[in-house]
Structures are given as structure tokens and as C-alpha cells.
Design a protein around this ligand. Structure first.
Ligand code: ADP
Ligand code: MG
Length: 690
């Protein structure tokens, strides 16, 4: 079946077409691949008389009476909110059941006395009577009783405003009846056979309109496999394609690397040595490196990157080093200048806070080969930026950039593809990394430089604040410095920032005799620089900051970090924050001051962070707590989002899909064999689904 636009479907005019487009549905195939998000088993209808408290039940009944009224409730804020309660009494041949909905007055237009209705929900007790609160419901169409799904397993779809379950079920049903048989199975027979998967027609029918719960499971398994399989086919195809692209091979001229190694103020860890070898090896190839360097906070990724950077420069290439914040730009520039002292490399920074004039100077210097290394923020991907000979792209803290942003920088090279090194301090389990980062190769720094101390993590509730401040004062008296991190979630929100300022005033009083400073993302660039500089020189003893401090800032004497409301932070973020304070010879302390009544999930997070310091373990726990969707959303690397598969839960299937994809591409690297044509054709469809 070719791409058939949904507008040719019966019952779909321009208006519905637009609505469906909003759900990402453009073609009949998109529609058929728009899978239900959940199912309801409506085969078991319960009688009202038999309902017991806490049952989750399906009832078919008639609407007896309904009533919409305001709720007596004094809202805690000015003006209050209009609260309503909508009560509906329904009846079957055994009794009456009350249903209530809060603040959904519009239901008054939907549910009418005399309607036949399907109700699904949990039975609760309220003042001795049984009722359902905000149950799901469907009005049974008098002309089409079968549409209610009573007696069937009913699928539910993710909707957008203006689209109803009924409508989407209708168009899917129509497409299934008229087109599904014409769809070519994207999985060839030999793969279905060996992995024990049903064909496309059976699977489409049963994922949308299942005969049994088993057939749902079988069909879902097929589509999960299919999704993982195609993601892996893409991985291997892209890898094969990279090999065909041209980039500039870097040669270690005149034994530069050993010389550079010798010039370092410390010995590399063996882990660093290992990954440097992997990277340098890649760089000698005439096709682009595409490597992810993972290493816990403080494991020394920058110095590893500096080997690649240096190699690029001595091979007459330019390097673009992109980092997420301005503070980091300046820090990296300082670090690189230090590391490359005496080598004569020309290093410049580029951030949006430069004046127009300054920027233009950088632009022209870059295109006239007057700069070897440019370190910058997003400003690097602006259109005006051009290079004369960009040979290497380094992206630090890559999870802070969107997929599109990350992809833009390498495109700035001219006749060839630059080598690309991305760095991340968010470690993910290897098997998952393989599937999610797909076409990247991996290097992992497994150890920290010697002498690093794991911070002592102490979690207290607010009533211990006095103790915390006494402790702080003690450490400050010993000459150490401290961060106090405050959870300003939205730095654009002025009232959030105001509370940061209040925090500052209170702290200044509490820690009289010490100099307290403030740092946040909305400060002017000059101010930021000044504050960080003063903190570095210990002219500021305590820095109150938002989480902008989280990324890579490196100040050795700051050994205490107090985090206010840590329950509002994610695990990865807490781990990153903690990484800021283990760089010194002094004992570091990480102190969390939480509210007393925090949720279960937050409590678990704080427990984990208190107990473990291993970044990989923390990420795994994070994955479990947050669920993969959320976690991976920010990690995806240029691949279509997985919709039905979840790499964490479907790990076994992922392994199998990976193996099958590998065998396939090994045997037929460009998918030219006629029996693999169906795979090739499905890839277009798959790629469109970003
Ligand atoms: P991250 O991996 O978090 O980016 P950095 O590259 O910022 O870590 O390194 C953290 C600190 O460790 C820096 O001050 C760096 O100079 C230092 N460092 C890196 N490698 C070593 C090493 N092998 N021995 C001692 N110190 C090191
Ligand atoms: Mg770093």
C-alpha cells in the first residue's frame, strides 16, 4: 500500500483531517499504527445490587436523574475557584447507583435523563451509600448499540481536543476493514517465523479490536518487537553509512601525544588512558568518529577531550566545543588554556552575551582560520557561525541540548563530516545505551582520579536547620567554602527569584561575619563572571545558587553543599550537584534539608541519594522511579521516539531484535535483497514518525 492520505477515507473531511494530523496521523498507515493506550474489559457487566466497596466494575444502566450544583467550599485564595459537583443517579434492573464528578460541569451537556450509559470505575462508600467518583462513561448510541463496546474488550486512544474515542475507533475500524489487508508486512516471513510473531493483519486487528486479552498480548509483543527491530536496523544502517562518509584523519605528528601527556600536572587514570586510546584510534580513520564518552561527575572528561582537541589542531583543523552554560564556557576556556600552555593554540569563546561587534570578530576569525578552538554555548549553532576547516565537534553535558541542537553543529563543516565526541555524566546501563544511542560508539571512564573523597551525605528535616548552620559555620571557620542550592525551578519566574533573594538576606544574617553571594541564570553575564571569580578566590565564602551550578562548575575549596527542598529535585540532578564538591583534599559534605511531609517517591529518591554514590546505580534507580519515557525523552539521539516499546521493560525482546537486526544488516548491508524490500520501505514510514 502506498502512502494513502487519510483525507480520502470515508467520513473524513478537512476538519477531521486537521484534528487527526494533530495526533501525528497523516496516512492510513499512520492511523493503523496509532495504537490504543489502554484497554477496558467490558465483557463482565456487573449488577448494581452486587457491587461492593472498592470493586472496580462495569455497569450498564439508565440515567434516572442528574443535578449540577455549586459546592460549598471556601477556596484558600482570593476570588476562590468555582467548584461544582455533578451528580447522576443511574439504575439497572437491580438497583440505583450514584455517580459524581467534580468541576466537570460541562458533563451536564452530555449526560441526559433517559440515556443508556456504560459506567466504569471504582466503587467507594460515601455517607453509607455506594458511589463512583469520576467514573469513565460512554453514552450508548440508541441507533448503534454495538458501539458501546459492551460485551467486548474496548480500546482507548490518546486524544486531542475535538476527537472522541468513538470517532477514532470508527475511522480505525473503517481503515482496518478496507485497507489492512493491503498493507505489506514490514517484517519478512523468515523473521516472523524465527521470532514467533503473528503477521501484520492479525496484529493490527487484535491490537485495535481484540478478541481476547491473549490476542492483545500477542499483537503487542509483535509491535514492540517491530519497533525495537526497526530502531536497531536504523542503528546498524547508520553505522554502515558513517563508514562511507569522509572526514579528516588526524595523525599524531612528531609524537605529540606522549609529549602532551608528560606536560599534564597529574597522571591519567588507567580508565582515562583507555578511553583516550579508543578516541585517538577513531580519529585516525578517514570516516567520522561518533562517540559518546560517559563518565561520572569529576571523572576527568575534559582532559580526555583535550587529547582529541589537540590532535585536531595539530592537524590544522578547527574545533567547536559546545557546552550548556556561559559559566562552563569560561571555565573550559581557562582549563584548555592551562592544559595547552606553550602549544600556541588560539582559543576563543562565543556566547550570546558578547556584543554584536565581538561576535562578528569571532565569526570572521573563525572563517579566516584565526581561531583553532572555539568554546561556546548555543551561540555556536547560530547561522552566522561558519568555519574554514572544522574537523572536530565536542559537546559537553549533551543531555542539556535538544536532539536538533546537537545535530546542527557538525553540519557547519564544509566538504567533509567532522569527528564528533559527546560527553555525558548521566550514565545509563550499557544494554540500554546501545539501543538508545544507537549509532554512537561508547567509551566509559570507570574510575575517579585518585584521592577523590565521596561526600558524606546527610539528610535532615527543617527542624534541624540550626544544627546545619552551626556545622556550616564550623566548616567556614576552618577555611572551607559552601554552596547553598535553592530549587528555583523556573528562573524566568520573578517570584521564584525573589524568594532566592529573600533566602540570601536571611542567610546573610544567619552567617554574619562571612561573605555571602548569590548566583542564578538570570544575572547579567558580567555579574556572573564576577561572582564566580570572587567565589573562586574565596572572597565570597558562601554561594547561594540555583541549579545552574549543577553543570560542571569546578571550585576545589567548596566542600560543603546544602540543598534546600531536595525533594523537588530529580535523582540525576542531585547526583550532579553532589559531584561539585568532591574535588578537594578535604572531607566533602552534602546536606539535604527537606520538608517533613514529602511524598513517597521523593522520600525514596532522598534515601537512594543518601545511601549510594555510584552514578550508574543512581541512574538505574532513577530509571525505575521515573519510568523510561521520561528518562529517555531527553536522551534520544536522532531516532524516532519509541511508542509502544519500553527498552527497560522489554529488555529481552530488545536483545532479540538487536540480534536479528545485526544478522540482517551483516548479510544485506544496504537492504538490496528483494526479500528485504519490505523492511526498506517501512523505514521511510518509521523515520517520518519523529
Ligand atoms: P568531569 O568529568 O566532571 O567533566 P573534569 O574534567 O571537570 O570532570 O575534571 C575534574 C577535575 O579533575 C579537574 O580539576 C581535572 O583537572 C581533574 N583531573 C582530571 N583527571 C585527573 C587525574 N587523572 N588525576 C587528578 N586529577 C584529575
Ligand atoms: Mg565536565
Amino acid at each position: 500500500m502506498k502512502r494513502e492520505d487519510i483525507r480520502y477515507l470515508k467520513g473524513i473531511g478537512p476538519k477531521r483531517q486537521k484534528l487527526l494530523n494533530r495526533l501525528g496521523i497523516y496516512t492510513v498507515k499512520d492511523l493503523l499504527y496509532y495504537f490504543p493506550s489502554r484497554y477496558e474489559d467490558r465483557r463482565n457487566i456487573r449488577k448494581i445490587k452486587e457491587l461492593r466497596e472498592n470493586d472496580v466494575a462495569l455497569v450498564v444502566a439508565k440515567v434516572l436523574a442528574r443535578n449540577l450544583r455549586p459546592l460549598k467550599f471556601r477556596a484558600p485564595f482570593r476570588g476562590g475557584i468555582k467548584n461544582t459537583i455533578f451528580e447522576v443517579a443511574v439504575e439497572d434492573d437491580t438497583g440505583v447507583l450514584m455517580c459524581v464528578w467534580f468541576n466537570q460541569g460541562y458533563l451536564n451537556d452530555y449526560i441526559k435523563v433517559g440515556d443508556d450509559i456504560v459506567i466504569y470505575g471504582k466503587v467507594r462508600r460515601y455517607k453509607k451509600r455506594l458511589q463512583m467518583v469520576s467514573p469513565e462513561f460512554d453514552i450508548i448510541d440508541k441507533n448503534d448499540k454495538s458501539s458501546s463496546g459492551v460485551g467486548k474488550i474496548v480500546s482507548f486512544y490518546r486524544l486531542t481536543e475535538g476527537v472522541t474515542q468513538k470517532m477514532i475507533r470508527g475511522v480505525i475500524k473503517f481503515s482496518l476493514d478496507n485497507f489492512a489487508r493491503k498493507i505489506e508486512d514490514p517484517l519478512p516471513y523468515h523473521i516472523r517465523e524465527s521470532s514467533n510473531l503473528p503477521n501484520i493483519y492479525y496484529s493490527l486487528r487484535n491490537i485495535h479490536f481484540p478478541d481476547s486479552l491473549d490476542s492483545v498480548a500477542i499483537s503487542r509483543r509483535r509491535f514492540i518487537f517491530e519497533e525495537l527491530f526497526f530502531s536497531q536496523v536504523l542503528v546498524y544502517l547508520r553505522k554502515a553509512q558513517y563508514r562511507l562518509k569522509r572526514s579528516i584523519p588526524f595523525i599524531d605528528k612528531d609524537g605529540f601525544i606522549p609529549q602532551f601527556k608528560k606536560s599534564l600536572p597529574f597522571l591519567l587514570t588507567s580508565s582515562q588512558e583507555q578511553v583516550i586510546k579508543e578516541i585517538v584510534d577513531d580519529l585516525t580513520k578517514p570516516y567520522p568518529m561518533h562517540r559518546l564518552l560517559q563518565g561520572d561527575v569529576g571523572s576527568g572528561k575534559t582532559v580526555v577531550a583535550s587529547f582529541a582537541i589537540a590532535l585536531a589542531v595539530i592537524n590544522n583543523c578547527q574545533v567547536a566545543f559546545m557546552v550548556p552554560t556561559e559559566v562552563l564556557v569560561h571555565q573550559h576556556v581557562t582549563t584548555l588554556r592551562e592544559l595547552f600552555r606553550g602549544f600556541g593554540f588560539r582559543i576563543k569563546s562565543l556566547t550570546s552575551s558578547l556584543t554584536r561587534r565581538e561576535k562578528e570578530k569571532v565569526y570572521s576569525d573563525l572563517s579566516n582560520s584565526q581561531i583553532d578552538i572555539v568554546v561556546g554555548t548555543h551561540a555556536l549553532i547560530e547561522e552566522e557561525v561558519g568555519f574554514s576547516r572544522l574537523g572536530l565537534v565536542v559537546i559537553d553535558e549533551q543531555h542539556k541540548f535538544g536532539v536538533a541542537q546537537r545535530a546542527l553543529l557538525p553540519k557547519k563543516a564544509k566538504d567533509y563530516i567532522p569527528h564528533c565526541l559527546v560527553m555525558s555524566a548521566t550514565p545509563i546501563p550499557r544494554s540500554l545505551a546501545l539501543s538508545l544511542y544507537g549509532d554512537l560508539d561508547f567509551s566509559v571512564i570507570k574510575e575517579l582520579p585518585p584521592g577523590r573523597k565521596q561526600p558524606k551525605t546527610i539528610w535532615v528535616e527543617e527542624d534541624k536547620r540550626e544544627w546545619v548552620y552551626n556545622f556550616l559555620r564550623e566548616k567556614l571557620n576552618e577555611g572551607r567554602q559552601a554552596y547553598i542550592v535553592y530549587p528555583v525551578i523556573d528562573e524566568a519566574n520573578t517570584s521564584d527569584l525573589r524568594s532566592l533573594t529573600e533566602m540570601y538576606e536571611v542567610t546573610e544574617k544567619r552567617l554574619s561575619g562571612f561573605k555571602v553571594g548569590v548566583f542564578h541564570g538570570r544575572m547579567k553575564s558580567g555579574e556572573k563572571k564576577k561572582v564566580i571569580c570572587e567565589f573562586r578566590e574565596n572572597k565570597i565564602n558562601v554561594l547561594i545558587s540555583t541549579t545552574v551550578i549543577e553543570v560542571g562548575v569546578n571550585i576545589e575549596n567548596a566542600t560543603v553543599m546544602v540543598v534546600e527542598n531536595p525533594e523537588r529535585f530529580g535523582l540525576a540532578q542531585l547526583h550532579q550537584l553532589r559531584g561539585r564538591i568532591r574535588r578537594s583534599v578535604y572531607e566533602p559534605y552534602f546536606i539535604l534539608i527537606s520538608k517533613p511531609n514529602i511524598g513517597d517517591n521523593a522520600r525514596r529518591r532522598l534515601k537512594i541519594i543518601t545511601k549510594t554514590t555510584d552514578g550508574f546505580k543512581i541512574s538505574e534507580e532513577d530509571l525505575k522511579l521515573r519510568g523510561p519515557g521520561d528518562f529517555f525523552g531527553s536522551l534520544q539521539w536522532g531516532f524516532p521516539q519509541l511508542r509502544i516499546a519500553s527498552p527497560m521493560k522489554d529488555l529481552a525482546l530488545l536483545r532479540e531484535a538487536r540480534r536479528v537486526a545485526y544478522d540482517l544488516i551483516k548479510r544485506d548491508p544496504f537492504l538490496r535483497e528483494p526479500y528485504n524490500r519490505c523492511i526498506r520501505e517501512h523505514i521511510d514510514f518509521w523515520l517520518r514518525r519523529r
